[in-house]
Ligand binder design. Sequence first.
Ligand SMILES: Cc1cc2nc3c(=O)[nH]c(=O)nc-3n(C[C@H](O)[C@H](O)[C@H](O)COP(=O)(O)OP(=O)(O)OC[C@H]3O[C@@H](n4cnc5c(N)ncnc54)[C@H](O)[C@@H]3O)c2cc1C
Length: 337
Amino acid sequence: MEVRAYQINFFNNKPFDTYEIGSVEKYGYPGLRVYRKVLIKALLAKCVEKNIEIIFGKKFTRILSESEAGVTWEFEYGTVGQAASLVGTDGIHSRVRSYPHPDIEPKFMNVMAIGATIPTNRVTLPEKYALPVTIMSKNHGAYILAPNFPDGSELVIVKQRRVEEHDREGWKDLLADKEGSDDFLRRGVEYFPDIVRQAISAVTQESVSIWPFYQVPKMDKWTSKGGRVSILGDAAHAIPPSSGQGANQVFEDAYTYALMRGQCDGASLDFVLAKWQRGRQEQIDRLIVLAQQMNVRRFPELAQNGINNEVFGTEDFNMEWLFKPNLDKLVQEWLAA
Ligand SMILES: Cc1cc2nc3c(=O)[nH]c(=O)nc-3n(C[C@H](O)[C@H](O)[C@H](O)COP(=O)(O)OP(=O)(O)OC[C@H]3O[C@@H](n4cnc5c(N)ncnc54)[C@H](O)[C@@H]3O)c2cc1C
């Protein structure tokens, strides 16, 4: 089965663009939408099966020292950790990142997503209606509808909003303002087809969530000078979420890091891990372009001449590089480079 996301131009109510988000025939798996807690539970079960110990309740605060033999760091409340290498996978506001890059801060992308979940049975879907779908209006933005759970019994409805950067207090107020977000979600819905109107009328304020989009600026290195401290995942390259790839890229980072780190002796750490970062950055750069292409689809007004197939909607996304990467082969190429 192939899973495709559909873009519908409500101007003439015709689909004008689709893109793959998985294909059993081509890539070996369909598109997957998985709740974070479900994924974490599955990963924890795998760790138990493989006797990998996880220690909870420790908060990294700072690196104490890095030497040719390893690295020593401090946890909150003064306890100390020590290892041959430390990998910071501590998210977009990474504390580990401040060791190699004290001045790097995530940058707000002036976009946020407002979303809500509803029971799918509150919407009458036309027969054989393909989901997920983005329904676009020339002047009123776009709604994304996507099914959750294996049986599709929950539907998420999302609309993106352009917004200026706020200070800490401003963000606190904006994120707490469920009424304002609910209002934004409903604004202009009369210009959209029945399924959007039905979905919006089923939204309750409690189910509304807000997601500001941040990006971590590109860094020349994801590894400290001595090679003993690295960052990966959002800590290294949080990207705009429009491509839905943030979580997947952490797995690719971790897998390739482990393969490359296994090839290093103490002296070659810095040199080899620089190759890892270069290889991974290429993938991230392609994803940033993909996210921009997606964003244009979700902000029709961004396209210079309004809804028009000549302007956007005709790119042929070739997704082999994304959905079926041969990571072992890539690592061999990076090592040989
Ligand atoms: C609302 C929302 C929706 C999203 N939807 C999608 C989606 O649909 N698809 C997708 O692919 N991605 C999505 N993302 C992005 C995705 O969640 C991230 O790209 C991904 O989780 C990054 O993984 P990570 O391991 O790098 O960081 P995180 O998942 O952020 O994990 C960081 C971990 O480090 C811990 N930590 C932080 N600081 C410290 C410290 N000092 N000491 C010890 N531990 C620490 C945190 O508690 C956390 O457990 C979404 C993100 C958000 C916010």
